[in-house]
Design a protein around this ligand. Structure first.
Ligand code: ADP
Ligand code: GN1
Ligand code: MG
Length: 385
């Protein structure tokens, strides 16, 4: 889109959300692989409003209305735990005239409040608007800083605790089978079999590695089947760029990107931050990628200080395995997307999904090589016999 078109579209969206005034500044926020976010500052002659305006990816989220209902319920629940919470510690969604916390456009024009739409229709756009959290930062990598991990552990540990008493059946599954690793791996191998773009030959080594660990990848699914691991409301996308921290002192202000909150495993939430931030390279950088046990220790200590009182013994025992399994699962998702032509994850260059998969596989192998040390870190931080 041309920049004038973007500004005009953002202005139209603001008007639909009953936000009056002129847009002083706007900029695209390049973080995240799924949605498209803009920072927008609006001046109404008296005050400046800072907003986050986001287009939800409806190829990924096929029931965006149900997902927005989930987010409303979750943010209300979290607010009810801390009613005096300052504004910059909570997400507050704007509503349209029809009192919806989202806006659907078809060919650029607003749909009526009860008009149906097909999320896969390319003329459809699904938008939402919420408060931009000022003076905050988030981390694309932890830059080797254990404090970033410790504070992230606290943030996601507290998030788990705050949702402990939330009745999971009030939520829809915003992405069915999201962290069902057995399903993910089956899906991956059927994409390999179809090989619709003839790309499988260029990544045989990676496919073989995933095949070798296919059974290990199903470990936690079996533990759910056997009633060993409970499911609970989890975030399911616990990267450090999904926490907003105070710019000065790393105080975690708010956990964001609640799109994937639904019933899941605590160990996947734990493990996903380890995968993303307790490592030595970026997500698409296989060169030099390994696990950083020092950063993992900092995260585990922070996480346990908040979530330790909630987790069962079996959940504690599953944390280190969760890190390895979620890393393998994501490798299969990146590689699967590469095989089908990069339809799911946004890419900045042609082979990015392949490189992302290679980096995750390196990290996975390194985690498997250090599994005992990882388990020891969890044991020490949990302080349980
Ligand atoms: P995605 O699903 O694409 O990852 P996010 O909701 O995580 O989208 O938003 C992308 C990025 O935008 C975040 O990583 C964060 O840097 C920034 N961001 C999102 N929400 C806010 C907010 N309310 N205030 C400030 N920055 C935000
Ligand atoms: C996506 O949207 P974002 O960038 O926070 C993905 C996660 C992956 C992650 C890998 C809805 O998260 O599952 O772990 O990329 N989100 C969705 O970086 O699929
Ligand atoms: Mg995000």
């Amino acid at each position: 889109m041309q920049s004038d078109d973007v500004k005009a579209k953002l202005e139209y969206i603001c008007s639909q959300f009953r936000i009056e005034g002129e847009i002083l500044v706007y900029r695209w926020i390049p973080a995240g692989h799924i949605n498209t976010a803009y920072y927008v500052a609006v001046y109404n002659g008296k005050e400046i409003y800072q907003l986050l305006i986001q287009r939800v990816n409806t190829y990924v989220f096929r029931d965006p209305v149900g997902m927005m209902k989930n987010i409303e319920l979750l943010t209300e629940h979290i607010r009810s735990k801390e009613p005096t919470m300052e504004k910059r510690r909570r997400l507050h969604f704007r509503h349209t005239e029809a009192r919806k916390n989202y806006l659907v456009l078809r060919d650029g024009a607003a749909l009526g409040p009860n008009e149906d739409f097909d999320p896969l229709d390319e003329s459809i756009e699904f938008w939402r608007v919420y408060n931009f959290i000022e003076y905050s930062t988030s981390f694309e990598t932890a830059e080797g800083n254990p404090e970033v991990l410790r504070m992230s552990g606290k943030a996601f540990g507290k998030f788990l605790r705050q949702l402990e008493d939330f009745e999971a059946d009030r939520l829809i599954e915003s992405i069915p089978h999201f962290h069902d690793t057995r399903y993910r791996l089956n899906h991956f191998f059927s994409d390999v079999e179809r090989d619709e773009l003839g790309r499988a030959a260029s990544c045989e080594e990676e496919i073989r590695l995933i095949e070798r660990y296919r059974d290990f990848g199903c470990t936690l699914c079996r533990q759910i089947d056997d009633g060993i691991l409970p499911t609970r409301v989890t975030h399911n996308d616990t990267k450090t760029n999904n926490i907003l921290f105070d710019k000065d002192n790393l105080d975690p202000l708010v956990v964001i990107d609640l799109d994937t909150c639904m019933p899941g495993l605590a160990c996947y939430d734990f493990g996903d931050t380890i995968r993303f931030a307790a490592c030595t390279a970026e997500e698409d950088q296989p060169e030099g990628m390994s696990l950083d046990l020092g950063l993992m220790k900092a995260y585990t200590e922070g996480y346990m200080s908040e979530a330790g009182c909630v987790l069962t013994d079996a959940e504690v025992d599953s944390l280190a395995t969760g890190a390895a399994v979620i890393t393998l699962e994501l490798a299969s998702r990146f590689l699967g997307d590469y095989l089908i032509g990069d339809k799911y994850f946004r890419i900045d260059y042609p082979e990015q999904n392949l490189r992302r998969a290679q980096a995750q596989l390196r990290l996975f192998v390194d985690m498997m090589d250090h599994m005992e040390e990882m388990q020891q870190i969890v044991k020490d931080s949990a302080g349980r016999e």
